[in-house]
Design a protein around this ligand. Structure first.
Ligand code: NAD
Length: 300
């Protein structure tokens, strides 16, 4: 079997058109959509992600405010910045990028966010709403996983509900920002759900779990963790991992996923690759949430 490729770039392209139309519609009604990204310190990946989001926001005609704070800023100053953004009518969505420096309390910063502007659903109220199956905003990476799955099911003419109802979804990785929200969304689709983390690997049980998966979502941050022998024949594999890998010959760094693509492709029915799978949709989803936040704020 050679798996179909789930083309995230193509799916993101369609989503971009929808989000742009929605943002244009709101602007015509006098409502502004604005994304504020907050980075504390000099983390290379956070800055790169912030620049990429800025480019996409501009492309989708959404305002972007980049708030770069120095690593020696105090907790109170960060909270003051969040309060300013909460009050700013030009900002409809706020994203605080991780990691924060160790002297800043992540949970206190997340608690300070206005829930209606918390587009990545990190405020405890939004985490709770997501767990209850009534999310205000669906966090972008988990949303992207299921958007890809839904789009692929539509493309092959399979009924979404009956596919999920008969499927076991195994999620590898259990972080607050990817694994757990993905598990919540799998519950919402009324699938059978299994969640594993690094202990499954340490105990030599990873393959035992993953080989049962009809849908295997991998978000561990370990390059090549999932190989052909971890994949059930005919499974659908969604690779979330993004790992920098240097070519030993040239030193050039490129990004690879958590899944050995060639090995898994030979066994799976469909696979979302890295790059070109989850990533492109994640970025657009965040802007989509920013626009949705503007619309919701305008209703009050
Ligand atoms: P994290 O480090 O916060 O969490 C990793 C999780 O994987 C933990 O639950 C850990 O126990 C588990 N894990 C680690 N090693 C494992 C192993 N050997 N076997 C099984 N489980 C293991 O990471 P995160 O923020 O959840 O991100 C995971 C990956 O997804 C990273 O590569 C990250 O870059 C990527 N990511 C991609 C996107 C995207 O848009 N494509 C967005 C966010 C994160």
């Amino acid at each position: 079997m050679t798996a179909q490729i789930i083309d995230g770039r193509k799916i993101a392209h369609v989503l971009k058109a929808e989000v742009t139309a929605e943002a244009d519609d709101l602007r015509a009604q006098g409502t502004s959509c604005g994304l504020a990204t907050v980075v504390v310190g000099d983390n290379y990946s956070s800055r790169a992600y912030e620049r990429r989001l800025g480019r996409i926001a501009t492309e989708l005609r959404v305002r972007h405010e980049q708030v770069d704070l120095t690593a020696d800023i105090t907790q109170d100053e960060v909270l003051e910045t969040i309060r300013r953004l909460n009050e700013d009518p030009a900002v409809s969505g706020i994203l605080v990028l991780r990691p924060l420096p160790s002297h800043i309390s992540e949970i206190e910063v997340f608690r300070a966010l206005a829930p209606g502007k918390d587009i990545e659903s990190v405020h405890p109220e939004n985490v709770g709403l997501l767990a209850l199956g009534t999310p205000r905003f669906v966090p972008s990476t988990a949303a992207s996983v299921f958007h890809l799955l839904d789009a692929w099911l539509d493309s092959v003419g399979e009924d979404r509900a009956s596919f999920y109802h008969r499927s076991l979804i195994v999620v590898v990785g259990r972080s607050n920002n990817v694994g757990k929200p993905a598990i919540s969304l799998a519950y919402d689709r009324e699938a059978a759900v299994m969640s594993v983390d690094e202990w499954a690997s340490k105990e030599g049980r990873l393959g035992w779990h993953t080989r049962q998966a009809d849908v295997l979502v991998v978000a561990a941050g370990v390059a090549g963790l999932i190989r052909a022998e971890h994949v059930r024949a005919g499974a659908v594999v969604i690779d979330v991992g993004i790992n920098p890998l240097a070519d030993p010959a040239t030193g050039t760094v490129h990004m690879v996923g958590d899944v050995d693509f060639d090995g898994a492709r030979a066994r799976a029915r469909a696979i979302a690759p890295v790059p070109g799978g989850v990533g492109p949709v994640t970025d657009v989803w965040l802007i989509r949430n920013t626009v949705a936040a503007a619309r919701a704020a305008n209703r009050h």
